[in-house]
Design a protein around this ligand. Structure first.
Ligand code: GLC
Ligand code: GLC
Length: 646
């Protein structure tokens, strides 16, 4: 007997079998929407081979593989038939302009619905503000049903289909998505797919002992397996619980990478993939255009490894991506991998995540402000910034999370820097404990065993504004403002989508009030998750106040970005400046060019004029920055100044 298995023969057979199965099963729906069915079959034909291979790779060894495959495809078809007309139109628009997100018009913002505007209707009312800023991308932090009290800021999801009541309803979310779209703003939301809260229906049924539901999580009867796994695991939230497991019922253990109330899903079970694919398509059908895949690194586990960034994690995301291409093609993925830069890069691909946070750039901007040196930053931009031409970075300086110093130790070593010691320095610096530090940050998840630590704090407080306003004078205030604008200047011009953590544009300072809330006091990230002070927002028009100086500076940076096509795409070339404090890069898009300089020191710096003169745009307009144009062979750059020539 010939046992050889041909994947392509099997794929063709499965395609025929499944499309005729769907035709019978969905006969009524198809009769109502024959055109829709035609489009679906077309996309299915194009993407089924890819999906089949990935799914087979993950679940081919399951005896009931085809049952799960049929179940998945049925859901895909149903989700497509439920997709509103205007979103189907968006699908076609995006298919004809797939690189829309690389435009220099793109600008992102992120908010907590409750902290920013109380509820979804409140957010809708702020659309004029988003337009004033120039946003084209709005990320709403998790707003789904969540446990009362501690819920990791919504990252413990109890139902992916219900909005947490005081925030609004699913109908309001869909309606907000529509209005945002009309205003040219794409709605971005999380798919918290590594874990659910322990109050999710699945978790409740697992607790009641229903085996189908217990198998959706990683539950163990005793410590044998947890102990074996923990030999090779990193601790993620060691201040909250040691190790990666939490007690389940009286005697068992459940895998909890993050908090004890966040139960990791078991993607080795195809039912989990299918259910989450449904949840994802449901969200897409509400009008969500970009899905932030939360905590991607952790979704696959294997004994003997650190259970981060395993090959199957990539296979899973690619399978989800194939699902999106079939049933909601407008949907894009953004990966949230705050890990070693080699690993971050592996998630970025048109067939995986088209967008990715750029945690390395973020961390190194703060590093350069602390050290006044651009060595690590230039090295990273030269060697690690380049990604697939059909993808984009999401560049940010702050987000709702802590800052982790995720640069590569090997890169640092090449510059003679010891990674561990340097991280220690950065933590001391940003906690304000290093002599001369301007920062007012707080430690996050300090690990007593390893000495590891991350940093919380708002952009303005970390950049020195809090200290300057409370303890110093106008000169220090001025420097802090320049630091804020300098690092924002870089994310506006570096290639990719700049993402503002809203509140930073008016220089919001740390809020220590979280220490009075028993559900928040143990998590220092709340120091930078602020309730928006709309009185402070009103100050943005005052050119002499701190808010106004930052806001108007930010607006200039945004305008420079939006005016210059050179800031499209992601092509960036680092230009050596012969000055350790000054960063320079050139951006190119089609025949457009722009050259950017950034001085990370508090002193005037000079660089040889030929550095700029080598570019033909040298005699073009200087678009931003106060520094002098080249003269007498030298170009001087003011303290912490940011210059663009285009
Ligand atoms: C992501 C979120 C973070 C959360 C974690 C667990 O890293 O950004 O806020 O704590 O996932 O969901
Ligand atoms: C860990 C995770 C990262 C997450 C962060 C939350 O660093 O690796 O994904 O954002 O915790 O603080």
């Amino acid at each position: 007997m010939n046992m050889s298995f041909s994947l392509s023969r099997e794929t063709d057979r499965s395609f025929d079998r499944i499309s005729s199965y769907l035709e019978t099963r969905l006969a009524d729906v198809i009769a109502n929407d024959p055109r829709g069915w035609q489009i679906f079959v077309q996309r299915l034909r194009a993407h089924f081979p890819g999906l089949f291979e990935l799914y087979f790779n993950l679940y081919g060894s399951h005896y009931d593989f085809f049952f799960h495959l049929e179940d998945l495809l049925t859901n895909l078809a149903q989700a497509w038939f439920e997709r509103p007309v205007e979103l189907r139109e968006l699908d076609s628009t995006r298919e004809t302009n797939p690189l829309w997100f690389q435009s220099n018009q793109m600008l992102g913002g992120v908010i907590y619905v409750d902290l920013f505007a109380e509820n979804l209707e409140g957010v809708k009312a702020k659309i004029p503000y988003f337009r004033e800023l120039g946003l084209t991308y709005l990320h709403l932090m998790p707003l789904f049903k969540m446990p009362k009290g501690e819920n990791d800021g919504g990252y413990a999801v109890s139902s992916y289909r219900d909005v947490q009541p005081p925030l609004g309803t699913m109908e309001q979310l869909a309606s907000l998505a529509r209005e945002l779209r009309e205003a040219g703003i794409s709605l971005v939301m999380d798919l918290v797919f590594n874990h659910t809260s322990d109050e999710h229906l699945w978790a409740e049924k697992a607790r009641a002992g229903q085996s189908d539901f217990m198998e959706m999580y990683r539950i163990f009867p005793d410590r044998t397996e947890p102990n074996a796994y923990e030999r090779t695991l990193r601790e993620i939230f060691p201040e909250e619980h040691r190790g990666a497991f939490s007690p389940f019922q009286n005697d068992g253990w459940v895998w909890t990478t993050f908090h004890k109330y966040q139960w990791d899903l078991n993607y080795a079970n195809p039912a989990v993939f299918n259910r989450m694919a449904e949840e994802m398509l449901f969200l897409a059908n509400q009008g969500v255009e970009v899905i932030r895949l939360d905590a991607v690194a952790f979704i696959w586990k294997q004994m003997g490894t650190n259970c981060e960034n395993l090959p199957q994690a990539h296979t899973l995301i690619r399978a989800f991506n194939a699902v999106a291409r079939i049933s909601a093609p407008a949907l894009l993925f953004k990966s949230e991998a705050i890990v070693h830069p080699d690993e971050v890069a592996r998630y970025i691909d048109p067939a995986e995540c088209q967008l990715s946070y750029n945690p390395l750039l973020m961390a190194l901007l703060w590093n350069s402000l602390a050290t006044r040196q651009v060595n690590l930053l230039s090295q990273a931009l030269a060697a690690r910034f380049n990604i697939h031409p059909q993808t984009a970075w999401v560049n940010y300086v702050r987000c709702h999370d802590d800052i982790g110093w995720t640069f590569s130790d090997e890169d640092a070593a090449r510059l003679g820097i010891n990674g561990t010691d340097h991280r220690h320095f950065l933590n001391e610096f940003y906690r304000g404990r290093f002599p001369g530090s301007f920062a007012r940050g707080l430690p996050f998840q300090e690990n007593v065993k390893t000495g590891d630590c991350r940093i919380s704090g708002t952009c303005a407080s970390l950049a020195g504004l809090e200290k300057a306003l409370r303890e110093e004078g106008p000169n220090e205030v001025d420097l802090a403002i320049r630091r804020i604008l300098l690092i924002h200047g870089i994310i506006m011009t570096a290639g990719g989508i700049p993402l503002l953590y809203l509140g930073d544009e008016i220089a919001a300072l740390n809020d220590y009030g979280y220490l009075n809330d028993p559900h928040k006091m143990h998590d220092s990230r709340w120091v930078h998750r602020l309730r928006m002070d709309w009185e402070k927002f009103k100050m943005r028009i005052d050119p002499d106040g701190v808010e106004g100086r930052v806001y108007q500076g930010m607006q200039k940076l945004i305008a420079v970005r939006k005016m210059n096509e050179a800031f499209c795409g992601n092509e960036l070339t680092i230009v050596p400046t012969e000055n350790e404090h000054v960063l320079c890069f050139m951006r190119a898009y089609n025949d457009k060019r722009a050259v950017v300089f950034a001085n990370f020191s508090e002193k005037v710096q000079t660089v040889p004029s030929r550095i700029l003169e080598q570019f033909s745009i040298y005699n073009k307009e200087q678009q931003i920055g106060r520094s002098n144009l080249p003269s007498s062979g030298k170009m001087t750059i003011e303290p912490l100044d940011f210059l663009v020539f285009a």
